[in-house]
Design a protein around this ligand. Structure first.
Ligand SMILES: [Ca+2]
Length: 204
């Protein structure tokens, strides 16, 4: 018998006594098995558990509960569409595409936040539709959920249209014709007024 043929046999006999074969390599790592006394291999190789995408999703949600294309303020998420729309299209966009509503704004702080988001995300728009409308039957303004506004931010001289301008938009740029800085102020408008984008809001 040639010496080269004998070597593997000697190796196996020695290993059968007690041989940790971690010197073997498996998938780029030391093979964690052993040759047992009966000569058979025992290995406890287990595939490393793959990361659960659901867990990653939950972590992302904890970091940014609103997700892409939304911005968080207090317990709500806001989205400003870049496209110019009529008020009806804006309502449909928020409801059907974004699972939200046109924004209902309840404070000066929230108004300033919406203005900031709108300026950044709808640079080609001059205004954004908000979720308020004139209700001619009761001669008053209501939010889309039929609540009475507790905060308003009308521009000087507004609202001036009532039934002729039943929709409401927030200016997001300055208007020279107004006596004060216009951005952030509201105006009642015809519902197909030009240059107006949508601001959607939802709970996160
Ligand atoms: Ca007006």
């Amino acid at each position: 018998m040639k010496i080269a043929g004998v070597l593997p046999v000697i190796f196996l006999v020695l290993c059968a006594i007690e041989c940790n074969v971690s010197a073997f390599w498996f998938r780029g790592k030391p093979f964690p098995g052993k040759i047992q006394n009966d000569g058979s291999f025992f290995n406890d190789v287990r595939d490393e558990p793959e990361e659960d995408p659901g867990i990653l999703e939950n972590i992302e949600k904890a970091v940014d509960p609103c997700g892409d294309v939304w911005t968080k303020f207090e317990e709500y998420c806001y989205h400003v569409g870049a496209k110019i729309m009529t008020e009806e299209q804006a309502q449909q966009y928020c409801d059907q595409e974004m699972d939200a509503n046109l924004a209902k704004i309840n404070s000066k702080e929230e108004n300033n936040f919406v203005l900031d988001v709108a300026k950044r995300h709808a640079p080609s728009a001059k205004k954004v539709w908000i979720g308020m409308k004139w209700e001619n039957k009761s001669r008053n303004y209501y939010w889309y959920d039929n609540s009475v506004p507790t905060f308003t931010n009308w521009a000087p001289g507004e609202p001036n249209g009532k039934v002729k301008e039943p929709c409401v938009a927030m200016y997001i740029e300055q208007y020279e014709m107004l006596p004060v800085m216009a951005a952030g102020y509201w105006n009642d408008e015809v519902c197909d007024a030009p240059h107006t984008a949508a601001v959607c809001k939802r709970l996160y």
